[in-house]
Design a protein around this ligand. Structure first.
Ligand code: PLP
Length: 435
């Protein structure tokens, strides 16, 4: 009989590795919920990435500083990290990129805001931060940490779920009338809830205009945690973001759409932007510390490097095209029967739907659970509605989409048999609404 490992404080004595290995078996239920997990951009990592990760687990050489601007002799994983940044720079129109592999999108966003705040503070000026109501909450963490007190939420364009650039102009105008000439503007490429993106070129034009007129300075930080590994493979001309001169830094998450094991995010910026947070390293005379976290593994670098080399542009595009075909297949079925309304359907492998054939547009709890998706409330065409986001990731098969469709049809048939109850609006997360 195998010993069952129990938890009761720090173990007094160790147990055989066999018992440990037995206890470690995750079981099928924890692996993307048996293939029906759809609510988040999460999937089983690619086998090549897992292999690369495992091979480099024991080499923790990517510690202090960044390697993109290093003239030191680099170790294999340091060299891979620096090449990963260069490959991504190529994708986003930045020839000379500085950056490093982070613990994820949150770190990259905190870093972007921190660097920009220091850059502006050095000029002894008040700095504002502009975002929209759909901006990821990691920006709120960054604002909290950097103690930026002037935050403006720019309203969305109705139905398009992107920053209304006319409102942005008004907000900057207003800043200037209050003698604030510096702002960090968070532009999102692929909002988590709707998949939509801000118009980065237009935002850049606005910064140029106010700069010429009033000497206003804007630091555009792009949160492409999701879109960074998706949009370049569908609309490459639009995603050479660094061709916009005021785009200074960005975040992308290879652990989401890059099929890399957690944790692997990337922070990228123009040459030397990291110098704004740089400090001397206590235990090294030759290295400076210019990253947010200290000790980093070499495994994430190896996994990203191996994956980019293995799939290449055409490989990533091929997977994405396939995922989008699957999404269109599902949408076709749902729309034909008028089961749902499409709230947003971006050029990505996700969509946002409101199941308006159900009471209050809410799916039964068992379906939410099975497909791991939760309702959220959003302002749409003048009213607040409930909707769901669905991410079609590589573990989702056509059979799973058929199953989802059948489950929905069955639930609809059931709900029409029940006597109709008076509608009760359930509790929700914060309503996402243009102000
Ligand atoms: C997921 C996400 C983040 C945060 O990334 P983590 O890797 O979870 O820290 C930031 N921005 C957007 C748009 C995201 O979707």
């Amino acid at each position: 009989m195998m010993q069952v490992l129990q938890f009761s404080g720090f173990p007094e004595k160790g147990v055989e590795d066999e018992a440990i290995l037995q206890a470690l078996k995750p079981g099928s239920s924890s692996r993307n919920q048996g293939g029906t997990f759809m609510g988040y951009p999460q999937t089983t990592p690619h086998a090549v990435a897992i292999e690369a990760y495992l091979s480099y687990m024991e080499y923790n050489t990517n510690h202090v500083g960044v390697f993109t601007n290093s003239n030191r002799q680099l170790t294999a994983s340091q060299k891979m990290e620096s090449e990963v940044i260069a490959m991504l720079g190529d994708l986003y129109g930045l020839n000379e990129a500085d950056g490093y592999i982070t613990s994820g999108g949150t770190e990259g966003n905190i870093l972007g805001v921190w660097i920009a705040r220091n850059y502006f503070s050095a000029q002894k000026n008040t700095v504002a931060l502009m975002q929209s109501c759909l901006t990821h909450e990691s920006i709120q963490k960054a604002v909290d940490l950097t103690m930026i007190s002037h935050v403006e939420e720019i309203a969305l364009e109705d139905c398009h779920f992107r920053m209304d650039t006319r409102r942005l102009e008004e907000a900057i105008d207003n800043l200037i009338s209050h003698q604030i000439y510096h702002a960090i503007i968070i532009a999102t490429a692929g909002y988590t809830l709707t998949g939509t993106s801000d118009d980065i070129r237009e935002i850049n034009e606005i910064v140029i205009k106010f700069n010429k007129q009033y000497g206003f300075q804007g630091w555009i930080h792009i949160d492409a945690a999701i879109g960074g590994m998706v949009l370049p493979f569908r609309e490459q001309e639009n995603t050479r973001w660094f061709e916009c001169e005021h785009v200074m830094s960005m975040t992308v998450d290879p652990h989401k759409m890059g099929y890399i094991p957690y944790s692997a995010g990337v922070f990228m910026g123009r040459k030397n932007v990291l110098s704004w947070i740089e400090r001397n390293n206590q235990f090294s005379k030759t290295h400076v510390s210019n990253t947010l976290i200290g000790s980093r593994n070499g495994a994430a670098a190896a996994a990203c490097w191996a994956m980019f080399q293995h799939l290449g542009y055409s490989g990533y595009k091929g997977i994405l095209d396939d995922l989008i075909s699957k999404k269109e297949y599902l949408l076709g079925k749902l729309l034909q029967k008028h089961i749902a309304e499409v709230i947003s359907n971006p050029e990505t492998n996700m969509c946002c739907l409101s199941f308006n054939s159900f009471s209050n547009c809410l799916l039964p709890g068992r379906l939410e659970q099975k497909y791991a998706t939760r309702a959220f409330s959003i302002q749409y065409r003048g009213s607040v509605i409930n909707c769901y986001k669905l991410y079609i990731m590589p573990h989702i098969s056509y059979a799973t989409l058929d199953m989802l469709y059948e489950d929905i049809m069955e639930a609809l048939a059931e709900s029409s048999l029940k006597p109709s109850k008076s509608e009760v609006k359930p509790q929700h997360e914060k309503v996402i609404s243009p102000m």
